[in-house]
Design a protein around this ligand. Sequence first.
Ligand SMILES: [Zn+2]
Ligand SMILES: [Zn+2]
Length: 391
Amino acid sequence: MAEWLLVCHGLATLLVLVSFLCGQWPIFQGTFIHRIHFFITFGAYDYFRRFIHFVCGSRGSNALLSVEYYCCDRPNPIIQLLYLIIIGGTYYFIATSSFNYIPGYYLSGVHRYTSFLAVGVGILFFLLTSFSDPGVVNSANVSQYLSAYPYDNVIFSEKECSTCKIPKPARSKHCSICDRCVARFDHHCAWMNNCIGERNTRYFMAFILWHFLICIYGLIALALVLAGRMKELQVIHILTAYYGIENSFRKLAPFVVQWLLNAYNTQILIMVFLAVISLLLAGFFTYHAKLCLTNTTTNESFKWQEHLSWQRKVNEAKASAAALKASLGELSEERKPQESKWKRYFRRSHLEEVKVVKNNMYDRGFLHNIYEVVVPFSTRRSFSVTKSKSG
Ligand SMILES: [Zn+2]
Ligand SMILES: [Zn+2]
């Protein structure tokens, strides 16, 4: 019973943690995870703010506001530290709970070192994404970015950044948290305390993919540790020979699960954690890979949504205006041979013919799109040559 309580507790903690950290991701839109996220980040906080105001008055709420400003609206390393705590903590728990079983029956001793290496590479990708230049646009390089990214006059048209006072190249956005314009802006990532843009989308993608792979590696390694323990302790033999349990998967499984939850609950909890995180990362990676393959950024995908829904409305208005005009024409042309009533009835409505197309001029085939992410414009030779010439 106690083991099940522990597992439920672990799962609940995990759900809250996942909802808090990732609930705002587009893949969770409209799900209960999004609702929990809303409650934790907004609803509960609202009650807390009112409580502070009630207890400490306006001075208390002002202090809270400045903390909120620092944590949410300014660059700060809080969530970066959280990442390091999560990855360090998980590795620490795996090492203390399972390294004494490595080498084991199914796992060789080399995994003590390869696991350390895998986590090290993960942290390296984290540092690369966090501290690399996302492609900051300034007066020195703005002309290169303007020629690299032409305006499509659909979602991007000629504009000046009102804060930086420089022309805004297509696909760029002014990050309000970092207070700078970033080329091919994707989003501001709180985990990295950095914008994700033209120059570091590749590290960001590598980061997500690598962490997915680490989770899978950890899952398989822990499963092999537990399988090895079962083999070494002859669990199946003891269960069948001494407890007289029938040697079939269906009969043995409940006892084995109970034994695992009893003796190795830390490993089981870590495995559940890794499984959930790997699913999240797989979803997140798929979403971003789809964007990369179509040469769209997260920022642009929102712009496209807006543009397409607006276009749909315009087209619908046009179609209904045309339909009205046609029916007025029919009324005046009484002499014309009448269209059969049935035919008119079954004729498709004009509204059904409304079609909107996403004409993304930056999408030039997935090979080119991948190349653009891996080798950004500003790192190509011609860009740096012109940059040094102009500088
Ligand atoms: Zn700007
Ligand atoms: Zn930013």
